[in-house]
Design a protein around this ligand. Structure first.
Ligand SMILES: Cc1cc2nc3c(=O)[nH]c(=O)nc-3n(C[C@H](O)[C@H](O)[C@H](O)COP(=O)(O)OP(=O)(O)OC[C@H]3O[C@@H](n4cnc5c(N)ncnc54)[C@H](O)[C@@H]3O)c2cc1C
Length: 397
């Protein structure tokens, strides 16, 4: 709740002016808060010249003493028994953060018969691995994974927890944040440390991708963030690196859950996986008709690549939403990205700007995609694509 320190408040009214919700007013020279209207946005706290306002938590376990929370954790993710690449990306990034904070980096590895991946986590930077293995963890059940992680956090008190913004991470990491009564910034694209107060600076696109917001969680611990796969680079493993593996048996009560997994079916995808493809040929609205998608598919097949799409193409029903690249689709970082009739809206660019080489085909010289493209082809995509396909075939004999 928002508290007013009556000894510090001078009744200047700055807070009243700053409040967009009319939740605070000055009466008898002191600020008075209406808790039913206050949204805890913090605008008044930032404005108060006397430092008389403070937002504090009622439940406050995490608020009690921030200095009790130390260490950086990465929640490793396994697909079957193998680590998901995002875990290695996170470890690489987290190693740098932990070094800045002069603290240990821990990987949490949950699953069944996944222990053989512990050394890999250490080679990518973990100082220790908390290994939680149990047959009940063979199938992913968010309730169970969430309860176990929250239990570990309560015991060990890490100051930072990072996880992948994958289907798995997105489903249970918010649950953990809720159980721990702390904040979570989802889908971060950048992470940094403010050394003076050990705050994690969590940057992510906001307001439809039109600006980048840097978010902090100043009064609660742990500071939790999820990061999209392929946004951060994977480091080089140090195969001789030593670390500690601590095996933990989960308590029976943490394994209880209300759902039952009947069967797991692997999705049959057409062509290479979009997020792992080295070459992506992307269809934009500039293709003008669904039939012209065949040209994009043909080029993608010739280059051994995957077909991507903008949201405009997905919304038109030309391809399924699994092909969508961007803010509300997947993030990709291929070696080669070819945009065919793609304008380069910010919501698309945030999902593909990590590509090593970007080629844009567009008939509008002012299209924003040309601002980030390494090679631009100005022309009608329906004319350029057949020429390109023909040339590649000819070169290959
Ligand atoms: C909250 C939010 C989230 C979003 N998330 C995403 C997302 O995840 N991914 C995404 O892609 N979009 C997303 N969008 C939509 C995004 O803003 C754009 O509308 C979309 O990316 C545009 O797709 P496009 O480039 O295919 O189409 P357009 O913007 O219509 O561009 C078509 C381009 O093709 C060119 N062109 C036309 N005809 C030809 C031709 N014959 N030959 C060559 N060039 C031609 C035009 O000059 C133009 O530049 C989101 C929007 C919002 C508000």
């Amino acid at each position: 709740m928002l508290r007013v320190d009556r000894k510090k408040c001078v009744g200047c009214g700055e807070c009243e002016e700053a409040c967009a919700f009319e939740a605070i007013c000055v009466k008898d020279n002191v600020a008075v808060v209406d808790p039913n209207v206050c949204t805890l946005c913090g605008a008044c706290v930032d404005t108060c010249p006397e430092g008389a306002l403070e937002i504090s938590s009622n439940s406050g376990e995490a608020d009690a003493d921030l200095d009790l929370w130390r260490g950086v954790w990465v929640v490793a993710e396994c697909r079957g028994r193998a680590l998901a690449p995002v875990s290695l990306e996170l470890l690489t990034q987290a190693r740098g953060l932990a070094d800045r904070l002069d603290t240990a980096l821990t990987a949490v590895l949950m699953g069944y018969e996944v222990g053989s991946e512990s050394q890999r986590l250490i080679s990518y930077g973990a100082d220790r691995v908390l290994l939680v293995e149990h047959p009940e963890l063979a199938a992913f059940i968010e309730e169970v994974y969430g309860n176990i992680l929250a239990d570990l956090v309560r015991k060990e008190r890490p100051e930072i927890i990072l996880a992948g913004a994958t289907a798995m991470g997105r489903s249970y990491i918010p649950r953990v944040a809720t159980l721990l009564e702390t904040g979570l910034t989802a889908d971060c694209t950048g992470l940094d440390i403010r050394e003076e107060d050990r705050a994690l600076l969590q940057t992510r696109p906001a307001f439809g991708g039109n600006l980048l917001a840097t978010i902090v969680c100043p009064r609660h611990r742990p500071q939790m963030a999820t990061v999209r796969p392929h946004v951060m680079k994977v480091g080089v493993p140090d195969l001789g690196r030593k670390g500690e593996v601590i095996s933990i048996s989960p308590k029976e009560e943490l394994l209880k859950h209300r759902s039952r997994v009947l069967e797991s079916v692997k999705e049959q995808a057409e062509g290479p996986n979009l997020t792992e493809a080295k070459v992506i040929v992307t269809a934009g609205r500039g293709l003008e008709a669904k039939e012209n998608l065949a040209l994009v598919r043909e080029l993608a097949d010739l280059l051994g690549g995957a077909l991507g799409a903008t949201r405009a193409v997905v919304d038109a029903g030309w391809v399924s939403d699994r092909s969508q690249i961007g803010q509300t689709g997947v993030t990709v970082s291929p070696k080669l990205y070819i945009g065919c009739g793609v304008s380069g809206a910010i919501q698309h660019i945030v999902g593909m700007q990590g590509a090593e080489i970007i080629v844009a085909i567009n008939r509008d010289a002012e299209a924003p995609i040309f601002n980030i493209a390494h090679y631009g082809v100005l022309g009608d995509v329906k004319e350029i694509l057949p020429l390109l396909i023909q040339r590649i075939k000819k070169e290959r004999g």
